[in-house]
Design a protein around this ligand. Sequence first.
Ligand SMILES: [Fe+2]
Ligand SMILES: [Fe+2]
Length: 201
Amino acid sequence: MDCSSTDSLMQEHLIVRRIGNIAQRCSDRLYANEDIPIEDIQIISVVMEEFVDAFHHGKEEKAYFPITRSKDGFSEDIRKFLIEHELGRRIANMLRRELNALIAHDDDSNSKGAGIGLKWNNRNKEPVARFLKSYAIFVSDHTTKEDIFFKTIQAKNSISEEEDRELLRHYEACKGQIGGQARIEEIVKLIDYLEGREWTK
Ligand SMILES: [Fe+2]
Ligand SMILES: [Fe+2]
């Protein structure tokens, strides 16, 4: 059966992996002691929070997993996926906190303020590099495991046509919650932008 509710999540994994690859590249550069514009890392942080966490994990947690949990002994897999989502959320929060501290410190030390030309020092680079690397590992590990799970669901025909339609309706609601198709397109443009930056080459 053509199961578009499952395909939709696997398609999004392609975008999630692009974000993971950007995070990995950024981390490598910071560990090599290069200066990446802090503004670019703020964009990575926004994309993690909005696309991966709120949108993609939102669809899985609020729609897909509740429907598949009771089927074919999938509940243990789903339990692990939810724990992994929490891990991803925690790493994204730690990165956000680190970036906020950088900006606050910059406002203290620079009376012109307003977060322009934020500066790295030797102390603040390491945690940012570490959280970005952790996030990249989380993304690659988690999407690989879920793809196997999704393919099993498709192979077993575990989702009925009616459930598939219901899931697609749920997905529309999830999209509405983060600002609709327009916001998704903006987020994809932000990812394109990051992939075009000199430091990602
Ligand atoms: Fe997930
Ligand atoms: Fe996923």
